[in-house]
Ligand binder design. Structure first.
Ligand SMILES: [Fe+2]
Length: 219
């Protein structure tokens, strides 16, 4: 099945879709490419303090808008949890984990400011999630320029699965992220791909990538 586990398509709750019509445009592009099920994963970070309660009404609003417009996509709800002290401990404490496909938890590291992680040790947090019977999914390791290969391998050996971005292969984040992704793929480390859809620029770049004959990977 053609699934996307990683998208910022809900309107106005993070740095993704800017209003409901923009959300609909992003989803309809994804449906045209062939995605059958899309999980919404708005950020939960120090900057975007989302909770299941802030996400649910917006999720239902988008579901309704798609239904009314006859856009046939199975929309699911989760979040992208960033390992930062402002939100991650509260996520665990208040049980805000919403598993994707009944098992994955999308757990990102800070991208540009590694110090935002504070005293959090990612490996320990991944192990906590594994002990709950869930599978941590680390998105776009190709974009963490500070993350060593050894540390990444320690995550994988603990049971973390890696999700790279279609956009990385398409050149959306520059040459370095593209080459990093290719290396990860060659090493057999990439288990899943996500669109990480944020806006219409992503639609252009990823759309071109699929139009060039690169397939959506099915799970
Ligand atoms: Fe994301």
């Amino acid at each position: 099945m053609k699934l996307d586990f990683h998208s910022h398509i809900l309107p106005l709750i993070d740095d993704g879709a800017t209003d409901l019509e923009n959300s609909v445009a992003l989803v309809s592009a994804m449906a045209d490419w062939g995605f059958e099920r899309i999980t919404c994963t708005p950020h939960i970070t120090n900057k975007f303090r989302n909770t299941p309660e802030t996400i649910r009404p917006v999720f239902e609003q988008l579901q309704e808008a798609l239904y009314v417009r006859n856009i046939d996509v199975d929309l699911r709800m989760s979040a992208e949890y960033r390992l930062v002290p402002e939100t991650w401990p509260e996520v665990l404490e208040k049980n805000w984990l919403m598993p994707i496909e009944d098992r994955f938890i999308l757990m990102e590291l800070p991208i540009f400011n590694p110090e935002d992680i504070g005293d959090i040790k990612p490996l320990e947090e991944f192990k906590k999630v594994i002990s709950l019977g869930l599978t941590p999914l680390l998105p776009h390791p190709e974009r963490y320029s500070y993350l060593s290969h050894d540390e990444l391998m320690s995550f994988v050996e603990a049971g973390v699965k890696i999700q790279s971005n279609y956009g990385s292969l398409a050149g959306l984040y520059g040459e370095e992220a593209k080459q990093n992704t290719r290396k990860l793929v060659e090493e057999g480390l990439v288990s899943y791909y996500g669109t990480d859809m944020h806006n219409l620029h992503y639609v252009d770049v990823i759309g071109r990538y699929f139009a060039q004959g690169n397939p959506i990977i099915e799970y």
